[in-house]
Design a protein around this ligand. Structure first.
Ligand code: ADP
Ligand code: ZN
Length: 285
């Protein structure tokens, strides 16, 4: 039985057809435009297939409160055309199959948990460090949620004594996303991250902030594994630096076992979001 997966990103949409073993049969990727045009393209892609359900990992924030009458709509986004857009409603109307929706980073977390770097543990946290910072937590196959989905990129971390950068978060300035996202790096140094590969100080500071966040998430959630993805993590040396700062900052208070198996890279390349979207559908087909 085929299922549909959608990775609804702020800059691009990925749609795929596959199954809940994580197999991808067909896939398409196109730029995100206004909601109706974009969803027309989604409809066109899936029309060729008989799918039994659709899973969606969407950029957010999204209303995921089960009892809300705006469940499945996009909330406060700077992409004004998408604000309050009922993406779930449109998909349900187009396809008349069950549609399951969560955040992009929750879907990525579920993908790695089921099929990738979290396959051998019962709980994992997936953090994306890209244009924004976000994290999802899966425990025993369940995506963690309170009233609505968490916003773990917007935690506050003490600033390094030599860093007086104001931060780029439009809501908080120097929250974690404001200090350590891709745009934060670009604004602090006047260059994009991939052009700063040779500057060790840039990555020491980046690791200092990401490690603090991981200390905070570890003491709050006690995940068995932490998977770090997103564009900024293409600076591969960051994994070792983050492990180093994490050990120093945690100071042996919580024992996490082998650090190389605790803080890891994703195993699914750029596929975790889409197979995680398939994973949302598990149990339907
Ligand atoms: P998004 O978060 O928009 O889905 P990505 O996860 O690809 O997209 O993250 C994009 C961010 O990652 C940009 O700010 C970009 O500058 C940064 N980035 C991409 N490649 C690298 C790299 N090699 N080193 C450092 N930063 C990078
Ligand atoms: Zn913020």
């Amino acid at each position: 039985m085929l299922v549909g997966g959608i990775e609804a990103g702020g800059t691009k949409f990925v749609c795929a057809v596959g199954d809940t073993s994580g197999k991808v049969v067909d896939k398409i990727c196109f730029p995100t435009r206004d909601p109706e045009t974009t969803l027309d393209e989604v409809q066109h892609f899936f029309a060729k297939y008989e799918i039994s359900a659709i899973g969606v990992g969407s950029f957010g924030p999204i209303d995921l409160r089960r009892d809300s009458n705006t469940y499945g709509t996009i909330l406060n986004t700077p992409k004004t055309k998408w604000k309050h857009y009922d993406i779930l409603g449109r998909l349900e109307r187009d396809f008349s199959v069950p549609v399951f929706i969560t955040t992009d980073v929750n879907a990525a977390c579920l993908g790695e948990y089921k099929y990738g770097a979290g396959k051998d543990v019962n709980s994992c946290l997936y953090i994306t460090i890209g244009t924004g910072i976000g994290a999802g937590f899966v425990h025993d196959g369940i995506i963690f949620q309170g009233k609505n989905h968490p916003e773990m990129g917007h935690i506050f971390v003490p600033q390094h004594k030599d860093d007086d950068f104001k931060g780029v978060c439009p809501y908080h300035g120097n929250c974690l996303e404001g200090l350590a996202s891709g745009p934060a790096i670009e604004q602090r140094y006047g260059k994009k991250g991939h052009l700063l590969s040779d500057d060790q100080q840039v990555w020491e500071l980046e690791a200092f902030y990401i490690a603090q966040a991981i200390v905070n998430y570890t003491v709050m959630l006690s995940p068995e594994r932490i998977i770090l993805g997103g564009g900024v993590m293409k600076q591969e040396r960051l994994y070792e630096l983050i492990r180093k700062y994490f050990m120093k900052q945690m100071n042996e208070y919580v024992h996490v076992g082998n650090i190389d198996e605790f803080i890891v890279a994703p195993k699914l390349g750029d596929h975790q979001g889409i197979v995680g979207a398939f994973g949302l559908v598990d149990g339907v087909d």
